[in-house]
Design a protein. Structure first.
Length: 343
């Protein structure tokens, strides 16, 4: 290479090096002048939060006051005050006593119980009904009251007693009585009673194999009489178990007595025997039962009796009977004052 060409080549190399040095040492562009890339759909975008200094100066709240916890004594005092306020509720009682036909009963004794003492037996007040069967009580306080009526010559019924919750009346399906709508108490008027042979409750053991046992209704004596009872029991070690009783009136008939105040024996409709059967698969299985019956005896006498059944390891019944000693007399309404003994 001639000297002229060599010098030209050296000059070109020096100029290229100078250009590189200038480019490497030039100032950088500020970040804000750059093009910020846009996020793609679905990307998570982070948004910078305010600095701690700014948050501390713009969200300043006063500290909450300390929580005051009541003491046990204060809690007890508040509970006692609430109870005393409940027992201070005014009570007004308005009621009417009637018989089974809706007729007013004058001179009936009404016992009114007032729940007026916390954790103690309440007060009892006795009132008497007027000619219209009405009674009332005012000027007392408490959380509840109960009433019950009675009178000589009348039977108590499920409706001869009542109870009202005064403080929590909204939780009761019984409305509070008023003068316009008093609470009704029902007594059943006693009819013409007969002189009956009464034999009180007595336990009678029975075989569980179906062997019948004869019972005399008028005296309760076993192995004789016109009432015959047989029973069949399954394995009593299992619960539940099958059990069945059969009752028969030899030479006469038996009929279920359904009404509490059915005191007149029917003329007909009797059966030779009746059963009470409780299979182990029964939906409402029980090892106890009670039934009431009418009986028409072979000599023309009528009777009514109740039986409580107790199947189990000791298989027995409890029998109570009323027998009219006069053949053909179907009146079985009983008054202890007119009880007679069996001949």
């Amino acid at each position: 290479m001639n000297p002229r060409n060599r010098n030209a080549l050296i000059l070109c190399v020096l100029m290229a090096l100078a250009t590189i040095v200038i480019w490497l040492t030039r100032p950088r562009e500020i970040a804000s002048s750059r093009r910020v890339p846009q996020p793609n759909p679905g990307d998570v975008v982070s948004i910078p939060m305010f600095s701690a200094t700014v948050a501390a100066t713009t969200n300043v709240y006063p500290a909450p006051p300390p929580l005051e916890v009541p003491s046990k004594a204060e809690i007890k005092q508040a509970q006692e005050a609430k109870i005393n306020m409940a027992y201070a509720t005014p009570i007004d009682v308005f009621g009417k006593v009637v018989d089974q036909n809706g007729n007013p009963i004058a001179g009936a004794m009404v016992e009114i119980g007032i729940a007026d003492k916390p954790f103690q037996t309440g007060s009892k007040i006795i009132e008497t009904t007027d000619q219209g069967g009405l009674f009332s009580l005012s000027g007392v306080h408490g959380i509840a009251f109960s009433v019950s009526a009675s009178k000589q010559g009348y039977y108590s019924t499920a409706k001869s007693t009542g109870q009202r919750n005064v403080v929590a009346a909204g939780n009761s399906d019984l409305p509070q009585p008023t003068k316009e709508k008093p609470v009704f108490l029902v007594l059943h008027k006693q009819g013409d009673v007969a002189s009956l042979i009464f034999h009180g409750s007595r336990q009678i053991d029975l075989p569980s194999t179906g062997r019948p046992l004869k019972i005399e209704l008028a005296t309760g004596q076993k192995d004789q009489g016109q009432l015959e009872v047989a029973s069949w029991l399954g394995d009593t070690n299992q619960r539940p178990f099958n059990w069945r009783y059969q009752l028969s009136v030899l030479g006469g008939g038996i009929l279920e007595r359904k009404g509490e105040f059915d005191f007149e024996a029917p003329v007909d409709g009797y059966h030779t025997s009746m059963e009470i059967n409780m299979p182990a698969a029964a939906e409402k299985w029980s090892s106890r039962a009670k039934m009431d019956y009418f009986a028409k005896l072979s000599d023309g006498r009528y009777a009514r009796f109740s039986v409580r059944f107790y199947p189990g390891d000791r298989n027995f019944i409890v029998l109570e009977s009323y027998v009219n000693p006069k053949p053909g007399d179907r009146n079985l309404e009983f008054d202890p004052a007119k009880a007679v003994t069996a001949p």
